[in-house]
Design a protein around this ligand. Sequence first.
Ligand code: AMP
Ligand code: ZN
Length: 465
Amino acid sequence: MELHLYDSWERRVRRFDSIDPGRAGLYCCGPTVYDYAHIGNLRTYIFEDLLRRTLEFNGYQVQHVVNITDVGHLVSDGDDGEDKMEKGSRRSGKSAWDIAEFYSAAFMEDFCALNLLQPAVWCRATDYLPQQIGFIQSLEQKGYTYCTGDGIYFDTSKQDDYGYMARLDRSALQAGARVDMGEKRSVTDFALWKFSPSEARRQMEWDSPWGRGFPGWHIECSAMSAAHLGSLFDIHCGGEDHIAVHHSNEIAQTQACHGTRLANYWMHGYFLQTGSEKMSKSGGDFLRLQSLVDQGFDPLAYRYLCMAAHYRSQLEFSWDGLQAAATGLQRLREAYHRWPHGGAADEAWMQRFRAEINNDLNFSRALALVWELVRSDTDAAVCKATLRAMDEVLGLDLDGWRPASVAIPAAVAQLAAQRQAARAARQWQEADRLREQIRALGFLVEDTVAGPALKPALAGAAHDS
Ligand code: AMP
Ligand code: ZN
């Protein structure tokens, strides 16, 4: 079955064909580690994980590369303002290097808690200075750069199709550029190398042919992706905010240096919106994974929530929505663990599942299909094996979950036995009365095919712990 993915370059859903048969190179722009990731950032990594798992489900061996931006990402998308790392350092009193270390580790924790598959390569921008400097030298030799008082800039006027992916209207942008562009020649030009200020030392700075300084954020991704995946690979991902500036600039540099548009498919996750809750990291106060855990939610409930919305639509976060996702996940886990082992995955259900995810990652439809399976009269052992196979892609770790073992108090067990006896004698009213008594003691009785099951009354919101 063919896999179809939306490509931001062509702005349409295209059949996925990899450059090398059976292999897929995937580069995802990673976190800027000056603070914790917010749940919006995490939505993008969940989308990328679902993409990777879908590729693997389709038999591709995925070379997945994620970078860590630990230098050069300025507080504005333009080329002025402070480096986010130096800002984080000033805020916390720790060194920029310590900040990077600390928030990279925190990011890895979130990554694992969301059951995201580890990439083949994590690459830190500060480990790739020679490659970035080499890249800029090559651009310089080809005549794409100019020097200003604060750095080396990429001259976007040299490319007729600069900004094609974002369908940028450059003349309108230029006309609207009322702000002080400094010595930049065009508003879309961007820094490749920034000089350290002459009056102060930066914490992160390196020598270069142009003087002491640090790389621009965009060159990092072009240099690191080329180092690991070559100058043309299969898929490049990021959040939708990257289309207009960061990815347009990555493409421009690579086009100039290597003559390619870097990736054959460009895919973007749409934003998570949080209405009243703050979402910007630079705003200081924002929701992160731990904020959800603090409210009693399982990180995988957030994964479930994100999966239920298509990656190409914005998602409005709400606590009610998260609660509904947690309940859905909990019911799925309980169903999965109630079913017996010993079946084989059903091909017809798997085919339908594949059709949904291969249709530009339609995971909301795939989840609906999961529920159709759960509610169907398919043999329980087959259901278990089928759902297990689907979970290779869903990544909800159904197999790894264990029901929290709750001791059933003797009084509850006794009432349950009495209720069973009443049911056997078809004394329904008495059975209902006993059920209420059991509930008053904090337990629910569920009549399953395997007989009555007792669980704590709050099990819908309970978490694996
Ligand atoms: P950053 O750590 O700021 O470099 O961003 C990491 C990733 O999160 C990038 O791919 C961004 O495009 C993405 N991103 C930023 N804000 C959001 C949001 N509100 N929703 C979804 N993705 C986001
Ligand atoms: Zn990037």
